[in-house]
Design a binder for this molecule. Structure first.
Ligand code: DGT
Length: 220
């Protein structure tokens, strides 16, 4: 069995999860100041440039054609982050191969994916979690209200997200809630810390400090 932290053979790994616009990147950036932690941001830039094609944009514009392809690429790029060898005792990641499941679940509920596409994605996922080393020690759930993240998303105006509606954010929220708050949807790979991420940047910084202490303590 592998152990993490002191005398570690693998890093203590934390995944930061939450709805679109919940503040994951800002939360993660706070960890960049520590020389014991590797911070792995979500590979959204890779999704925007697949040999010159913006797959994120294509997924939003034509989900019937591109949703499955997009999820397949998300799964690959997340897996690359999970399995990346890092030299420090802590590894903090934005999202995970697990949260990609939330989006796939939503696509199933909306009938965006064909049954056979969902089956192939599920088979890939099952194989990955059985055969790849994607151990996770802790999940931090930045819990938000859909109205609030909708306003933040509109304010940051990422061009691919023009088509993202409040209704879509409500659906993604609902699935995160079922997974990380009610704990009824998928099995949990690690314990969950839930933070109220509707708050201002200053208030979130206070929460970050407490959370950081818990993370670094849990490793002794
Ligand atoms: P933050 O820092 O909390 O504001 O995080 P964001 O909104 O920059 O990052 P994230 O992961 O919530 O979303 C980036 C974009 O990528 C957003 O348009 C949602 C999309 N996205 C992320 N993961 C998936 C996925 O697995 N499937 C689909 N369909 N979209 C995804």
């Amino acid at each position: 069995m592998t152990t993490s932290c002191k005398n570690y053979s693998r890093p203590f790994t934390v995944c930061i999860e939450g709805n679109i616009g919940s503040g994951k990147t800002t939360f993660l950036n706070n960890f960049k100041q520590f020389n014991n932690t590797v911070v792995l941001q979500e590979p959204v830039e890779l999704w925007r440039d697949v040999d010159g094609m913006n797959l994120l944009d294509l997924m939003y514009k034509d989900p019937g054609r591109y949703a499955c392809l997009f999820q397949s690429y998300v799964q690959l790029t997340m897996l690359q982050l999970h399995t990346m060898k890092t030299p420090l005792p802590y590894k903090i990641m934005e999202r995970s191969v697990y949260s990609a499941r939330c989006f796939i679940e939503n696509m199933k509920r909306r009938n965006v994916l064909k049954q056979v596409e969902a089956t192939v994605l599920d088979k890939w996922y099952d194989w990955c979690i059985t055969h790849a080393v994607i151990e996770t020690d802790l999940i931090v759930y930045l819990r938000t209200t859909p109205d609030i993240v909708y306003r933040r998303m509109r304010a940051r105006a990422r061009k691919e997200e023009n088509l993202v509606s409040l209704e879509y954010l409500e659906e993604v929220h609902q699935i995160h809630e079922e997974w990380l708050y009610h704990k009824t949807l998928f099995s949990l790979p690690a314990p969950v810390i839930i933070l109220d991420a509707d708050q201002s940047m200053e208030e979130m910084f206070v929460q970050f400090e407490k959370c950081k202490a818990k993370i670094f303590e849990s490793c002794g």
